[in-house]
Design a protein around this ligand. Structure first.
Ligand code: GLN
Length: 257
C-alpha cells in the first residue's frame, strides 16, 4: 500500500514537471512580440550610414519596410562588417543586412534570403595613377581591403598569384583613405558602393578595369535558426518588389534607373 502511494506520488510529480516544461515552451515569445536584432555595417553608403542620430540607406529602409510589411519588430545593431557573422554565431544577432554578398563559403554558416541587389567587386586606385589599369597591373603593389569581406577574400586568395601585399581595414572609409593618401596603391570594394562614394564627393579615387566578379546581396540569419523570420523576410521582399516599394527605396538613393 505504502509502495503504491509512493509510486503515485512519483507519477503525479512526473506529470507536474512535464506540464511545467510544456507550459514553458508554449509561453515562448511569439514572433510578433520578439524584437529581432539586426546587424548592419556602420558605414556603407548607399546601403547603410548614419545621418545625425538616424541610420539611413537602402538596407535600412528595406529592412524597416520588410518589418512593417510582415508585422515584426526589429532593432538595428551597427557594427564593423567583419564582426557581423561572428556576432550571429555568438547569438548576439538574429538577422544581418549589410550589403552582404551571397557566397558558398558563407552558406556553410548562414542562410540567405532571396537576392535583393546585384553587386560585384572592382579595383580602385588614386585618380592620378596611370600605371594600374586593371587587376593584372597590381604586381608588387599594396592592396587595401576591408576585414571579413569578399574583397578581402579575393585579395588573400589571389595574393601569391597577383604578387600583391594585402593590408586590412575595419571599415570602408579607412580603406578609401589609405589609397587617397598614397599609403596603398589600390583597394578592392563593391562596385555600387565605391561608385556611389566617388559620385558623392571627390575622394581622389577612380575605378579601373572590369568587375572582378558578379555577386548578389542577401539578408542572412544563422544557419538553421530563425527560419520563421527568414520566411517572412522573403515574403516581405517579394511583396515590396511587387508593390513598387523596393524600386522606390533604391531610387531614393541611386536615382531612377
Ligand atoms: N559585399 C561585400 C561582402 O559581402 C562587402 C560588404 C560590406 O563591406 N558591408 O563581403
Amino acid at each position: 500500500m505504502k509502495k503504491i502511494g509512493l509510486f503515485s506520488l512519483f507519477l503525479i510529480l512526473t506529470i507536474f514537471i512535464a506540464a511545467c516544461g510544456s507550459k514553458e515552451t508554449s509561453g515562448e515569445k511569439t514572433s510578433s512580440e520578439k524584437v529581432y536584432k539586426v546587424g548592419v555595417d556602420t558605414t556603407y553608403p548607399p546601403f547603410e550610414y548614419k545621418d545625425g542620430n538616424d541610420y539611413k540607406g537602402i538596407d535600412i529602409d528595406l529592412i524597416n519596410a520588410i518589418a512593417k510589411n510582415q508585422g515584426i519588430k526589429i532593432e538595428l545593431n551597427p557594427m564593423d562588417f567583419g564582426g557581423i557573422i561572428p556576432a550571429m554565431q555568438a547569438n548576439q544577432l538574429d538577422v544581418a543586412i549589410a550589403g552582404m554578398s551571397i557566397t558558398d563559403e558563407r552558406k556553410k554558416v548562414v542562410d540567405f534570403s532571396t537576392p535583393y541587389f546585384d553587386a560585384g567587386l572592382t579595383v580602385v586606385v588614386k585618380k592620378d595613377n596611370s600605371t594600374i589599369k586593371s587587376v593584372n597591373d597590381l604586381k608588387g603593389k599594396t592592396v587595401a581591403v576591408k576585414k571579413g569581406t569578399t574583397g578581402a577574400k579575393y585579395a588573400e586568395d589571389n595574393a601569391s598569384k597577383l604578387e600583391i601585399k594585402v593590408v586590412q581595414f575595419n571599415d570602408s572609409p579607412a580603406m578609401f583613405q589609405e589609397v587617397s593618401n598614397g599609403n596603398a596603391d589600390a583597394l578592392i570594394e563593391d562596385y555600387p558602393v565605391i561608385s556611389y562614394a566617388i559620385a558623392q564627393k571627390d575622394l581622389g579615387l577612380k575605378i579601373v578595369g572590369d568587375r572582378l566578379n558578379g555577386d548578389q546581396y542577401g539578408i542572412a540569419v544563422l544557419k538553421g535558426q530563425n527560419q520563421d523570420v527568414l520566411k517572412k523576410i522573403n515574403k516581405g521582399l517579394e511583396e515590396l518588389k511587387k508593390d513598387g516599394t523596393y524600386d522606390k527605396i533604391v531610387e531614393t538613393y541611386l536615382g531612377k534607373k
